[in-house]
Structures are given as C-alpha cells and as structure tokens.
Design a protein around this ligand. Structure first.
Ligand code: IMP
Ligand code: MG
Length: 190
C-alpha cells in the first residue's frame, strides 16, 4: 500500500526542521470538524468552496468524512501585495461555476495567516446572495486574530512560522507531504 503511506520526514532529506502536526493528528482533528459541520448543517443545503491550490487536501479529507452529500466548487485567487506582505487586494484567477443565491457556503482553507484573503473572500461570496458564508480552516496563525474575520471551524492554531505540507507549499514544493512541518530556514533563505 505504497500510495497510502506517502512520504515521511526522511524522504525530504534535510529540508525539514520539525514535524509540527502528524498525519494522525490531522486525521483525528478532521473527524471532529466533520462531526461539527454535519451537526451544524443538518437539513441545510451545503456547498463547499475550496481555495486552490492549498485547500485540495483539506477539502478531500474533510469532505470524505461528512455523512451527507456535499457538492464542492473551487476558486483560485491571488492577492496583490508589496513584496511578501499580503495587501488584501485580491484578484480572482478562477471563479466559481456555481450560483450562490440562497446557498449555505462553507469556505474550506488550508491556512489563515494575515486573514486578508479570507476576509475579502467572505465579503465577495456574501455579496453574491449566499444564505450564509462560513469558514473552515485546517490551520490558523496568530496574526489572523488581528483581522476581523470570523472563522467557525479551526483545526489547529500554530505559531507564526512558515509551514509546508498537506497542501501548503514553498515555491510549489512540499504540498504532498501528508503532515505539517517547518522548513529549515536555509531552504527558504531565512
Ligand atoms: P493571508 O491570510 O491573506 O495572509 O494569506 C494566506 C495565504 O498565504 C494562504 O492561503 C497560503 O497560501 C499562504 N500562506 C500563509 N502562511 C503560509 C505558510 O506558513 N506556508 C505556506 N503558505 C502560507
Ligand atoms: Mg491558500
């Protein structure tokens, strides 16, 4: 069952500093989140909206745990910023195929850092006439609490460090790690 095993830290050579959240911890937390979502949306018509590309793994593993039908759609966005700081000005690279009028939308995200992207997205999707728009994220960094964005489902609060794995990349690498890890600063020139 090679494909079920995936990478472990040793496969990454010396790039990784530390495994922050193991695969087992992620899976057990997703169980809890799915149970809450099932209860909260009972009898409601739920639409999952994933943000490409980072949310691919969370979407797959979270949606699979729901005991209900949950259609999904995807958006791709890029945030304009000066250098490494996100400005909160967001451009839609790929829009939804779905009309949101009257839908109960749950945005599924990998991580909230500054919160600027999600706070924009929340406003944007709400303005399309959705009945409700909520957020589920696997990870949240402390900076996120500074921005006014109400996150209903949070997997883990993590320290303000750059992390990779389970969808999160550095220069498009490391997304397929089945766990969350920190990179050695040398790898990203830190
Ligand atoms: P923000 O919340 O608007 O600052 O933007 C969050 C986005 O930045 C996420 O969707 C990720 O794509 C990216 N991001 C933030 N922190 C990390 C990290 O630690 N590793 C990889 N990507 C990150
Ligand atoms: Mg993202």
């Amino acid at each position: 069952m090679r494909e079920d095993k995936g990478m472990d830290a040793a496969d990454m050579g010396t790039d990784l500093q530390q495994v922050l959240i193991s695969r087992e911890e992620i899976e057990s937390r997703l169980d809890d989140m799915a149970e809450k979502i099932d209860a909260d949306y009972a009898g409601k018509d739920l639409l999952l909206v994933g943000v490409l590309k980072g949310a691919v793994y969370v979407m797959a593993d979270l949606s699979r745990r729901l005991r209900r039908s949950a259609p999904m759609d995807w958006m791709a966005v890029s945030s304009y910023g000066s250098g490494t700081k996100s400005s909160g000005v967001v451009r839609i690279l790929k829009d939804l195929d779905t009309d949101l009028t009257g839908r109960h939308v749950l945005i599924v995200e990998d991580i909230i850092d500054s919160g600027l992207t999600l706070s924009w997205l929340l406003g944007n999707l709400t303005s399309r006439g959705a009945a409700s728009v909520r957020i589920a994220t696997l990870l949240r960094k402390p900076e996120a609490v500074k921005v006014e964005v109400d996150v209903t489902y949070v997997g883990f609060d993590i320290p303000n460090e750059f992390v990779v794995g389970y969808g999160l990349d550095y220069a498009e690498s490391y997304r397929n790690l089945p766990f969350i890890a920190t990179l050695r600063p040398e790898v990203y020139g830190g």
